[in-house]
Design a protein around this ligand. Structure first.
Ligand SMILES: *Cc1c(COP(=O)(O)O)cnc(C)c1O
Length: 466
């Protein structure tokens, strides 16, 4: 399997190269050169498989000859072995035709673990095979940093340094990053904002000498391997509900469009998906696009569902590429225009194609709290603010013909105790395996917002072994 850039000016690569590179050299995103296809009998043969084995089967054509199937399956089994639920992605019924699939049983209690746990192991395998090392740096305002740290902690070929804005993450979020006792993990509390942290990471990548010296790498949300590792849970839910002999719909609380793009990809490879619902909070650029072809940037407003507080959904470029019949020139022009004007222009026919499958939904903070309360009263189920938006969307947009809708539960309610308590009067406890989070020892360095100082700290972490 080869991968091409959505902007058409980078050479085709194999899965291992795409895994390590992340973004293509021309600024585009990698996409499979051609889509694999699973037939109805292929899907039937996967019924009843343990989740890790199902994941390896679904990912196999995307990985291609890069990694032997036995290795991939071992990586998947290992990645999901530490999850807090034996079903890995349990499916729960809330109402007639309404289900929720829990993607938050990994080490950081959010759906990022579903892909990151696989990714860290894939990195280690490829780097060992090629006798290389990398240093991963990233900036986080909360959740992505801990998922990346948990994925990389203790891996032989990776060092990871995560920058967070001092005093501006929640205590749970900070402790999830700073209490991981692995020598290859570093945390810096930057005296500044999240934007300062992001600028420092960009500046490190732009410093060519430094980048080469410590072999900088990233595991951000546009990495194709993350999308590939998110397809299998859509397959698992659909099979459980009768696929390939019955359609299914999905409702996905959306930020960078990575999770819902994986649902789209599941449909593209043959899963019978009738509809995809894109849930937003008041940062509703995607809902506005689907409603009225208005994809215009607006300032990001903080909300109860911080992982959906986005201005631009970076993975949308992949869908755009497909909607434009894989025309890289048109994709490049549209994206560059969007960057300069702040507004994406998409022709009517292309917009109608998007609307044929995707439905937008928006819920503000009071609505989200009301939904958490309603759901708890009606079913006893505790949905975190992100998940509650997806469930509200699924209930608001029922499918014709009895097609079941599965809402994706992307975070454990214990990650948002204040919002949960306000809505329901209950403060959900952390799962037992994390109950001692507040007793664990923290390790982090407070540093000024200064590139040379931060680079010296990264160099020291990367140089531990030399
Ligand atoms: C990252 C995240 C999302 C958004 O997912 P995207 O792939 O960026 O669309 C939603 N909910 C939670 C809890 C998340 O951590």
């Amino acid at each position: 399997m080869r991968y091409i850039s959505t902007r058409g000016q980078a050479p085709a690569r194999d899965f291992a190269d795409v895994l390590l590179a992340g973004l293509a050299e021309d600024g585009g995103l990698f996409m499979p050169e051609s889509w694999p296809h699973f037939s109805p009998s292929d899907w039937r043969s996967m019924r009843g498989l343990p989740y890790a084995d199902l994941a390896a089967r679904v990912m196999q054509p995307f990985v291609g000859a890069s990694i032997p199937f036995d290795v991939l399956r071992t990586i998947c089994r290992d990645a999901y072995a530490g999850f807090g639920h034996p079903a890995i992605v349990p499916l729960i019924q809330l109402d007639t035709g309404l289900f929720v699939q829990e993607l938050f049983h990994g080490p950081t209690l959010a759906f990022k673990d579903m892909a990151m746990q696989v990714l860290g192991r894939l990195f280690d395998y490829v780097l060992t095979r090629d006798d290389k090392r990398v240093t991963i740096v990233g900036a986080t305002s909360g959740d992505t940093g801990s998922a990346a740290i948990e994925a990389c902690a203790g891996r032989d070929r990776i060092d990871i340094m995560i920058l967070h804005p001092q005093g501006r993450t929640s205590d749970v979020q900070r402790r999830q990053m700073t209490t991981v006792p692995a020598a290859n993990v570093g945390n810096i509390a930057v005296e500044g904002t999240f934007d300062d942290c992001q600028d420092l990471v960009k500046a490190m990548f732009a410093d060519t000498n430094f980048r080469d010296e410590v072999r900088l790498s990233a595991v951000n949300s546009i990495n194709w391997a993350r999308i590939a590792a998110q397809i299998p849970y859509y397959v698992a839910a659909a099979l459980a509900l009768g696929a390939p002999d019955r359609d299914v719909a999905f409702s996905v609380p959306t930020g960078n469009f990575g999770n819902v793009l994986a649902a789209w990809a599941a449909r593209r490879i043959g899963l019978p998906v009738a509809r995809l619902i894109v849930g937003s909070n008041r940062n509703d650029i995607l809902a506005r696009f689907l409603e009225s072809n208005d994809m215009s940037m607006a300032p990001v407003e903080p909300s109860l569902s911080p992982s959906m507080d986005i201005q631009v959904s970076s993975n949308f470029e992949r869908l755009l590429f497909e909607l434009l019949d894989r025309d890289p020139e048109a994709t490049r022009r549209t994206m560059l225009d969007f960057r300069t004007t702040g507004r994406m222009t998409v022709s009517e026919p292309v917009w109608h194609r998007a609307r044929g499958l995707f439905h937008g939904f928006r819920l503000d903070d009071p609505g989200t709290e009301a939904e958490i309360r309603r759901l708890h009263a009606a079913t006893g189920y505790l949905a975190d603010p992100h998940t509650a938006i997806g469930i509200a969307a699924a209930a608001a947009l029922p499918c014709a013909g009895g097609v079941p809708v599965v809402a994706m539960a992307t975070a454990h309610p214990a990650k948002f105790p204040d919002a949960m308590e306000r809505a329901t009067g209950h403060r959900p406890p952390l799962p037992v395996r994390m109950a001692d989070l507040f007793e664990r020892t923290e390790r982090f360095t407070v540093l000024p917002n200064d590139l040379a100082t931060i680079e010296a700290a990264v160099r020291a972490l990367a140089g531990r072994n030399t």
